[in-house]
Ligand binder design. Structure first.
Ligand code: GDP
Ligand code: IMO
Ligand code: MG
Length: 421
């Protein structure tokens, strides 16, 4: 029996993954986060109380063991703040585990993230400036510091070497020097506080799977931000697709059961990069206000647009979605007219249903739309059969184009605002 269900973002992030993980975790023993860091912001609303999770798996709310997997890059200060926020709200973090192989984000990563953006000039990516890219770069360059070393006696020497080397680069660019002693003092305290959570999560997960326990896996970011399959270079620095789930956790392909792709009934993007269905007009502004589309992490206004089925079909192919979770159907219902992108037309008038990730090509693509009737109110509806006809027509059009069933429909931000089919 396949024990692991996976939740992945289908577009540019912020599709409402947190809400779906929170629901699926109520049926799971373990909730496992595989990639990214505190560039992610996953919102969970429980009885009107809002939580923005950056590192701790959203399954913590339902009492599942919550594991920060080896593929995650961890800012220890942010993690400790998150633990405190949860504890202050009466939510236990006793079942939190951190992979000994997860990498640690240090102040020099954040400073280097800023510097790299500066150097990119007008080609900047619009990163979250949380040190994500530089931390993954260090991991690949084998100079990163893993959790297991962070909490060991090796830490001070590893840190010293890294800071000495990074300071040479900062000096070259006229940037402030990082004070080794100050960082060592501050981060040694974080290491001490986090040590009880750090463990061999690889064997823990497989031991539990062998005992018949159920696991849900939380993807961060989304398919079009994937380092390989996204709109490179306007991407994050990890594999946010199905491969990242395996590499970021030690799960094997045979463990995987359902793969749910999360979408909104419209779309959004934060930061730079191509976005074919973006609406730079009043409708885009209306969607932003109706959907409260301001970043969970950086508070930046999100770019908004119509749902793009060309991109969704691509995401379904890359990840092997077995089901779609669609949030914010309530939001598009407030518009009189809704559009779905069903093709891309290039500069020669050729229409395709195949997505390309090349930003130069995407820039010249014009969306081909089908129009649907809006004006429906679905608040409080718990059954698919009770949805108004316009809403069902919209859902069916998506299923038909992508060939994947829509299994969850979000009718509002709260954990209760969900139709399960
Ligand atoms: P994530 O990063 O994929 O977890 O998504 P975010 O939390 O960054 O952004 C999703 C936003 O949509 C949050 O503010 C959620 O509370 C909100 N949300 C999620 N599902 C729904 C829904 O079905 N309807 C409405 N109106 N809001 C939703
Ligand atoms: P969740 O998990 C939306 C975007 C940034 C930027 C690009 C690279 O909440 O869906 P980075 O700091 O990762 O180097 O920035 O990726 N980005 C996200 N956008 N949701 C996210 O996470 C994101 N994580 C990164 O805005 O364009
Ligand atoms: Mg988010």
């Amino acid at each position: 029996m396949k024990k692991v269900d996976v939740i992945l973002g289908a577009f540019f992030g912020d599709e409402g993954k947190g809400k779906i993980i929170d629901y699926l975790s109520t049926k799971a023993d373990i909730s496992l986060r595989c990639a990214g860091g505190n560039n992610a912001g996953h919102t969970i609303v429980i009885n009107g109380q809002k939580f923005a999770m950056h590192l701790i798996p959203s399954g913590i709310f339902s009492g599942a063991v919550a594991i920060i997997g080896n593929g995650v890059v961890v800012d220890p200060k942010v993690l400790l703040e998150e633990i405190k926020t949860l504890n202050d709200a009466g939510i236990s973090t006793d079942k939190l585990l951190i992979s000994e192989k997860a990498h640690v984000i240090f102040p020099y990563h954040k400073e280097y993230d800023e510097l790299e953006e500066e150097m990119r000039g007008k080609n900047k990516i619009g990163t979250t400036k949380r040190g994500i890219g530089p931390s993954y770069s260090d991991k690949m360059a084998r100079t990163g510091i893993r959790m297991e070393d962070f909490i060991s006696s090796k830490f001070s020497a590893l840190l010293k070497n890294n800071i000495e080397n990074k300071n040479k680069i900062f000096a070259l660019y006229g940037k402030d020097q990082i004070d080794y002693k100050a960082v060592l003092k501050e981060y040694s305290a974080y290491a001490k506080a986090l040590k009880p959570y750090v463990t061999d999560t690889v064997n823990f997960v497989h031991d539990n799977l062998e005992k018949g326990k159920k696991v849900v896996c939380e993807g961060a970011q989304a398919t079009l931000l994937d380092i390989d399959f996204g709109t490179y270079p306007f991407v994050t620095s990890s594999n946010t697709t199905i491969g990242g789930i395996l590499n970021g956790t030690s799960l094997n392909a045979g463990n995987i059961g359902e793969v749910y792709g999360v979408i909104k009934a419209y779309s959004s993007r934060v930061g730079e990069g191509p976005y074919v269905t973006e609406l730079k007009d009043k409708i885009g502004d209306t969607i932003r206000e109706l959907g409260h589309e301001y970043g969970t992490t950086t508070k930046r206004p999100r770019r908004c647009g119509w749902l793009d089925l060309v991109a969704l079909k691509y995401a379904a192919r890359v990840n092997g979605f077995t089901g779609i979770a669609m949030n914010h159907l309530d939001t598009v219902g407030k518009l009189s007219e809704i559009k779905l992108c069903v093709g891309y037309e290039d500069e020669n008038g050729v229409v395709t249903e195949n997505y390309t990730t090349n930003p130069d090509k995407l820039k010249n693509m014009k969306p081909v739309y089908e129009t649907f009737e809006g004006n429906f109110d679905i608040s409080g509806i718990k059954k698919y059969s009770k949805l108004p006809a316009q809403a069902k027509t919209y859902v069916k059009a998506i299923e038909k184009f992508v060939g994947v069933p829509v299994k969850f429909i979000g009718t509002g931000p709260d954990r209760e605002d969900l139709i399960i089919r």
